[in-house]
Write a new protein. Structure first.
Length: 287
């Protein structure tokens, strides 16, 4: 009979080959095709699309418009999710119910979140009516169809994602480390600052990167809750207009490449900072 180890080794290629094929078909090939297409403009030389992007005042500012939305939304999501996830690292009877309630926006989707915001946060929504009824605010309340509407939507839809990532990471830290610090006289805040936070920084960096990439690719929220022709004309809208209004898929690919480049720069910077902190193991037996 074939030993168990050899049988597992024989099955390994059957698992690796489909995964490699999946990566090739759904990630590598689309990227390479889009990159090639961006250097094949309708008119001009190879760099004509990129020259047009940086010379058109309706295109290149979308980089910073999207950054002004994505960075604050990511910081807010990670900043709120971290203390909640840290608090919930200890299992309780209510933990499952609280976790389920916090991740409900993922099940709703961006469109339903936008519809709810239009209903409750709109000029005639319940929030405006309550504030005006209590005479706390008499002027028009603008929380939709502007910058704030898109930002709030990104926070609502992006928070569960950041929360689940940080919760899975903080629960993986060996609780013995915290108990050992407590025996040496460290209080709750000292345990978090000197024990948990240094170990959480790699996880926080990874969560920040993934949440930022998700927020930077914002499209539905910017259209439904923002001003697509004004202050919330993000880079994804510029790519959409180039592809489906101007029918210039080459320019749209160039815009998408610039979008990916900005994301890569931010992610590389965050991961570079992460390399300066502790990178050892943080998990262990929990009894």
């Amino acid at each position: 009979m074939t030993p168990t180890g050899h049988a597992g080794a024989d099955r390994t290629p059957w698992l690796v080959a489909p995964a490699a094929l999946f990566m090739l078909l759904f990630f590598v090939y689309p990227f390479l095709y889009g990159l090639w297409l961006s250097f094949a403009p309708k008119e001009g030389g190879m760099l004509a699309n990129y020259a047009k992007f940086f010379s058109d005042t309706r295109l290149w500012p979308t980089i910073f418009t999207t950054l002004k939305l994505a960075l604050p939304a990511t910081l807010i999501n990670v900043g709120i999710a971290l203390p909640i996830a840290y608090r919930m690292r200890i299992k309780t009877k209510r933990q499952k119910w609280i976790t389920t309630a916090l991740v409900v926006p993922i099940t709703l989707g961006t469109v339903l979140v936008a519809e709810g915001m239009l209903t409750y946060f709109g000029p005639r929504g319940w929030l405006a009516q309550v504030l005006q009824f209590l005479h706390l605010y008499d002027g028009p309340i603008r929380l939709t169809h502007n910058f704030w509407g898109v930002l709030i939507s990104l926070v609502i839809s992006g928070f569960p994602f950041a929360f689940l990532l940080l919760l899975s990471y903080v629960t993986g830290i060996d609780p013995v480390l915290g108990r050992a610090a407590a025996t040496l006289g460290a209080g709750p805040w000292a345990q978090f600052r000197n024990v948990y936070l240094p170990l959480l920084i790699p996880g926080i960096a990874m969560c920040f990167c993934l949440a930022f990439v998700q927020a930077y690719s914002v499209f539905p929220s910017a259209v439904l809750l923002g001003a697509p022709a004004g202050p919330t004309r993000v880079i994804s809208i510029a790519a959409y207009e180039a592809a489906f209004e101007q029918y210039d898929y080459s320019l749209a690919s160039a815009i998408a490449m610039m979008m990916g480049l900005v994301q890569l720069v931010i992610v590389a910077a965050v991961l570079g900072i992460r390399r300066l902190v502790y990178r050892g193991p943080v998990t262990g037996g929990k009894g």
